[in-house]
Design a protein around this ligand. Structure first.
Ligand code: SF4
Ligand code: SF4
Length: 431
């Protein structure tokens, strides 16, 4: 048995002689004294400790084999791996957020009834009838401007899946203004399993960055809806911050608590910086699946907001094995015209279209640089399981093409230890 390649080891400053050992493959953490860590390095651990550390992914039978496994990690999806599709229902919105990256192609464009019917037929034939579970994410624009399309897609898929004993569910990425209790109840009956709602900080900040088309603020309407539905739909809440306003965001958390929301019933609280438009420096936040931060202020902002979230009892996502959906064979984006992409941000790049409901899926190995992380530098990197070459969109924004990894080594060097320590601290102090 050898120490896994995919470990980070941090000496404990407050407990001399102890080390935090973190597996990036399993997200497991153990505290190991120097002597046991040395024995693990030499392969001389007693049986019991060896078994425990192997079960936590800290030890591996052989590093060569572990590297081989990593190379093939996305090659053969398990038969029960769900088909996940982000379905764009429209490019329309009832808000006018100044930072919206879709602003350049926003308009009164909606998926047609024929495309929705074709989508249902395709998913039924290619997935459900083959026994594959299906998870859709309705996206826009604002997906709740298309309630009829949601019904037209979800109802027949749910019925077809139920008949065959296959799981079907869907979630929404929504601005939250239209998700009131009545619509949440109706959609829950059709398979709604979660909603991601954006709240950009306390009222005065949110209303500036997420106004209605009329210019009026949307904060009150969204907050009312959140309070009305959090007991029937698992919610992921959180918004987009800037360098100038992130320190005020905790007041939004306080407002949620003051309005009686139970933090333990919120699915996750996750903040991300405003995503830059093409040509600007590329940044997003830690540990979304689309994660990265390069600027020191962003690292501080991410850690600060995570701390304030945990302090108030809201769940914050933990670092975990995660990968860009581009890597996952069973993940697709379906645009309003039925064309296929591998990331919602790619619909602005016609050269990254990979097929359609009528044509099927084309080979995208080359156009999306699928093997970009299969090189020694990444395979020997402890961060590989939480990185896999990073975000292709960010490389695209930086270089105009997907021609290199979006390396996060510097970022993780600065941030991962602090995040692990945060989690250990909040686990320890949990009532
Ligand atoms: S390319 Fe980037 S933004 Fe797109 S799915 Fe992958 S990680 Fe997310
Ligand atoms: S891109 Fe950088 S951080 Fe990511 S696995 Fe490769 S070397 Fe490590």
């Amino acid at each position: 048995m050898q120490l896994s390649t995919y470990l980070k080891i941090y000496p404990c400053q407050d407990q001399p002689g102890m080390n935090i050992v973190y597996s990036t493959v399993r997200s497991s953490v153990v505290l190991l004294p120097d002597d046991l860590l040395e024995a693990a390095r030499r392969g001389t651990l007693p049986d019991e400790e060896r078994g425990t550390l192997a079960s936590l992914g800290i030890l591996t039978p052989d590093r060569e084999g572990e590297r081989e496994q990593m190379l093939k990690i996305f090659d053969i999806p398990r038969p029960d791996t769900p088909f996940s599709a982000i379905v764009l229902l429209n490019l329309d919105c009832n808000l006018a957020c100044p930072y919206c990256y879709e602003a350049s192609f926003r308009g009164k464009e909606y998926m047609s009834g024929e495309t929705a019917a074709l989508l249902v037929e395709t998913i039924r034939r290619e997935r459900i009838e083959k026994g594959q579970p299906v998870k859709l994410t309705f996206y826009g624009g604002e997906p709740l401007l298309s309630p009829d399309l949601i019904r037209a897609i979800a109802a027949p898929l749910k019925e077809g899946a139920q008949k065959l004993g296959v799981a079907f569910s869907f979630s929404l990425v929504t601005n939250g203004t239209l998700l009131n209790r009545a619509s949440a109840e109706e959609l829950a009956a059709l398979g709604l399993s979660g909603a991601k709602i954006t709240i950009d900080g306390p009222a005065e900040l949110h209303n500036k960055s997420r106004p209605y088309l009329s210019g009026n603020g949307s904060y009150e309407a969204i907050m009312r809806n959140v309070i009305d539905i959090f007991d029937i739909v698992p919610l992921q809440l959180g918004g987009n911050f800037t360098q100038g306003n992130y320190r005020d965001f905790p007041r939004m958390l306080d407002d949620l608590l003051a309005r009686g929301i139970d933090p333990a019933r919120v699915g996750a609280m996750l903040f991300a910086p405003v995503v830059p438009k093409a040509g600007e420096r590329a940044v997003t936040d830690f540990n979304t699946d689309c994660a990265c931060s390069y600027e020191p202020w962003l690292i501080e902002a991410g850690i600060f907001l995570r701390e304030e979230t945990l302090k108030r009892g809201f769940p914050a996502p933990k670092p975990k094995l995660s990968v860009c959906m581009v890597e996952l064979e069973n993940s697709l984006v379906i645009n309003i015209d039925g064309s296929y992409y591998k990331c919602p941000a790619f619909i602005a790049y016609p050269e990254l279209r990979i097929g359609s409901l009528t044509e099927g899926i084309a080979d995208y190995m080359k156009s999306h640089s699928m093997d970009i992380w299969k090189r020694d530098e990444c395979l020997e990197c402890a961060y590989l399981p939480i990185c896999f070459g990073g975000c292709r969109q960010l490389t695209l924004l930086r270089n105009g093409k997907i021609n290199e990894v979006d390396c996060r080594r510097e970022y993780y060097d600065t941030v991962l230890e602090r995040v692990i320590r945060q989690d250990l601290e909040y686990q320890r102090t949990k009532p």
